[in-house]
Design a binder for this molecule. Structure first.
Ligand code: GLN
Length: 490
């Protein structure tokens, strides 16, 4: 089956001499400026991108073939460290901060000669579901700029949907790749925990954080994932991807489970589109569909938010104006100095989570909240793997209970937390999950279906996603040239 998507299209244009890498990189940079109103980027790295492009052009001039991802301009979420280039996590605390080393994924992509266009907008420290907690204001959804692009990888999703980046590397702690992908008509994969090194990813909740890919097609996602799923001896949670699992063609009927719990609270637009795609898969891709259940889903959000906030309160302890963050100008004593730095440097949502996390870790509450949540996480993982998934290959759910809301529509934090119901289970269990476009709601906003697989079934998920794309004639993907032709014409 011929590969499709932006990466192949760009690389074949480069190899056929239709365009030079410098030209295409400039076209991307121009398109970013033209679409400034999308607020998809926090900082641009034009110089780095063009330097890489010159190296690619030299290689093409020598008649050498391009290797994977070479010459294809992309973006990195602003919580992925880039030595010498600002990495702010969309927070005042880190504005102007230039890391002294590269994240492992950026090391890989830099050595692959992938031109880095810039750092994508996001929710502050990846805490949020709408991108609205960013210090530079939220990124916009290219389908309709009154709507959010999702979060926390909202800038990554907006940039790829508009084709002002060919693909983007994001992070997913509780849904931050899959939910924005679903809001913006993209394919987004959260790999098996450990499949992609987290070294250099600025930590939110380390036991849940996972780097992954947002792209315009399953083939693009697969190509990027294959490149970055490399064992890293310097990340103790990194796992070597078993060779036998790589590209394992699924043989015979694909067994799909549907658990009704995941549809509770889903809007009719989402529920209809997801149920339609399940029927299509049954008819066209030869899948068998059976009802399964996961009664423990009702604990997923409390368990997720207790663990995520506890780990965040510990991980964010380093922002004190001494180790990280700008020191206070005037202060009475050390406590006062730290308190001033943290009050000024963190936004309201980040402060709320640090306080919630500190509370659940404090003596007296530790056993009642944190220990209990850790225990439940173990039980949920056991039951999900050994019961819910026992007779099926994949579980299919909505990627999010609704399509993108408008800016300012989600009023309370609790309302926002509830929208993570479909995605957090894959993080709590460490399993791979992918979001694939499967329809539009009555306002023309994209709907995504989520597929959760077994450990290391990442390539099978990508293969199934590609089958869904073909079965639906690629009708639900953000267009190759970007929504409404906003981005680079290919
Ligand atoms: N919305 C979730 C949260 O705020 C997920 C964020 C993420 O995956 N980084 O915690």
């Amino acid at each position: 089956m011929a590969k499709s998507g932006r990466i192949k299209t760009i690389q074949s244009a480069l190899e056929r001499g239709k365009v030079s890498c410098t030209e295409i990189t400039r076209q991307y940079l121009d398109a970013i400026h033209r679409n400034d109103h999308l607020n998809a980027y926090i900082s641009l790295t034009a110089e780095t991108a063009l330097e890489t492009a010159v190296a690619v052009d030299a290689k093409l001039a020598r008649g050498e073939p391009l290797s994977a991802l070479e010459g294809v301009p992309f973006s990195l979420k602003d919580n992925i460290s880039t030595a010498g280039l600002e990495t702010s996590c969309a927070s005042e605390m880190l504005s102007g901060y230039k890391p002294s080393y590269d994240a492992f994924v950026w090391e890989i992509l830099r050595s692959a000669n992938a031109p880095l266009l810039g750092k994508a907008n996001m929710d502050e420290f990846a805490m949020g579901s709408t991108c609205e907690t960013s210090r530079v204001g939220g990124a916009k959804n290219p389908y309709n700029t009154e709507y959010v692009p999702g979060g926390s990888s909202g800038g990554s999703a907006g940039a790829v949907a508009a084709n002002i980046a060919a693909y983007s590397i994001g992070s997913d702690t509780g849904g931050s790749i899959r939910q924005p992908a679903s809001f913006c008509g993209l394919v987004g994969i959260k790999p098996t925990y450990g499949a992609v090194s987290r070294r250099g990813l600025i930590a939110y909740a380390s036991s849940l954080d996972q780097i992954g890919v947002l792209a315009q097609s399953a083939d693009d996602c697969a190509e990027v994932f294959r490149k970055i799923a490399v064992h890293d001896a310097l990340d103790m949670t990194s796992l070597p991807f078993p060779e036998s699992a790589e590209d394992a063609e699924s043989s015979g009927t694909v067994r799909i489970g549907v658990a009704e719990e995941f549809f509770d609270g889903a809007s009719s637009g989402v529920s209809n589109a997801v149920r339609d795609i399940i029927r299509t898969m049954e008819q066209i891709t030869g899948s068998s569909v059976s009802a399964v259940n996961f009664p423990l889903l009702k604990y997923a959000l409390p368990v997720y938010y207790i663990i995520a906030c506890a780990e965040a309160s510990s991980n964010l302890g380093r922002y004190d104006g001494i180790r990280y963050g700008r020191p206070a100008d005037a202060y009475d004593d050390i406590d006062d100095a730290i308190s001033r730095v943290r009050s000024a440097g963190f936004g309201a949502e980040v402060q709320r989570r640090i306080m919630l996390g500190t509370y659940t870790l404090s003596s007296g509450f530790f056993d009642a909240y944190y220990v209990k949540a850790r225990e439940l996480k173990q039980i949920m993982t056991y039951k999900f793997v050994n019961e819910t998934l026992s007779g099926v290959d994949f579980l299919i759910t909505p990627a999010a209970p609704t399509t993108a809301p408008k800016f300012g529509e989600q009023m309370s934090p609790v309302e926002m937390y509830l929208t993570d119901i479909c995605t957090v289970t894959a993080n709590l269990t460490g399993l791979p999950a992918i979001s694939v476009p499967c329809g539009f709601d009555s306002n023309g906003m994209p709907v995504g279906v989520q597929i959760i697989g077994k450990k290391f079934s990442d390539f099978k998920l990508l293969e199934l996603a590609a089958k869904i794309e073909r079965a639906t004639d690629r009708a639900f993907l953000a267009p190759l040239n970007g929504v409404n032709g906003m981005g680079v014409s290919l």
